[in-house]
Design a protein around this ligand. Sequence first.
Ligand code: NAP
Length: 344
Amino acid sequence: MGYKVAVAGATGNVGREMLNILAERGFPADEVVALASRRSQGTEVSYGEQTLKVKVLDSYDFSDTDICLMSAGGSVSKEWSPKIGKQGCVVIDNSSAWRYDADVPLIVPEVNADAIVGFAKKNIIANPNCSTAQLVVALKPLHDRAKIRRVVVSTYQSVSGAGKEAMDELFTQTRAIFVSDPVEAKKFPKRIAFNVIPHIDVFLDDGFTKEEWKMVAETKKILDPKIKLVATCVRVPVFISHSEAVNIEFESELTADEAREILREAPGCLVVDKREPGGYVTPHEAAGEDATYISRIREDPTVEYGLVMWVVSDNLRKGAALNAVQIAEVLVNRKLIQPKRQAA
Ligand SMILES: NC(=O)c1ccc[n+]([C@@H]2O[C@H](COP(=O)([O-])OP(=O)(O)OC[C@H]3O[C@@H](n4cnc5c(N)ncnc54)[C@H](OP(=O)(O)O)[C@@H]3O)[C@@H](O)[C@H]2O)c1
């Protein structure tokens, strides 16, 4: 007998991708349940060949469900994840609600799968921010070789990172500009079509944004608290996939050739790095793919031991849904949970 899995937020960008990925990877689920708000009750979503009718999260009983993949936003997760966890169902949450809780593991399976121990304290496991997930996948193998001291990262984040309404806003604004209609900004603070916005999430007292702070705090929790990191997070008019320009300073020498070899062998990474026009990956090509792509690897001549590189990944997949399903696979493959209905 297999597992019973609920996807909460199943009508959203991340939730729909979770259903696709569960089916694509043949996750050992006997039953998958799609949950969302009352607004979506009865609407249909696809899970492989099957069509699931959406049920309402508020009135769902989790007592015979093994895993809940949660992507319904921070406030929903704050309210519901502890209640679901108490019913013996492990929540793998995509919001930032639990990431910094000492009793909640924050996991990127290629990087720190062993940190999953202790998940049973709250029965909640957190997924990192999309920009952090792809960054740590690329940093980890280099850190293992030459110890990273400091990282400077600038992100180029797609609108799907802000949900389905944000994708609609880019589409609507782009169309409005072509037909000379007035352009309305609702979801973003300024026009996003044919523009870039150096502001994601709220501003903090020190002038950084919360998105930038998340990258610092999460890299420390997942990879190494000693790594110093500074980020500038920018929204760009791309539908899917985040890109990052990453400067890394190491404690010892690591050449670009060595880094390329290490990353070629690293789990979750794909190196595409030809020094010619088009010999690198752009967000358009990464959309719908699982890998974290690394291109433009070169030595930084301004520091003693430094590299610069370009990192691109599908934010809805490695940045969210794929990572969550990989965490569920860790639970299953390491036999950390058993299907409740088998135990009964
Ligand atoms: N997009 C990314 O790249 C990314 C990456 C990492 C993490 N995340 C996180 O994942 C979460 C979802 O993001 P998204 O991009 O999928 O957003 P989205 O496209 O706006 O979808 C939100 C989902 O949450 C559901 N929902 C909202 N309020 C609810 C409630 N009260 N009860 C039950 N379900 C409710 C919505 O259902 P209805 O259709 O019924 O409204 C919808 O299914 C957020 O926490 C986000 O921060 C996103």
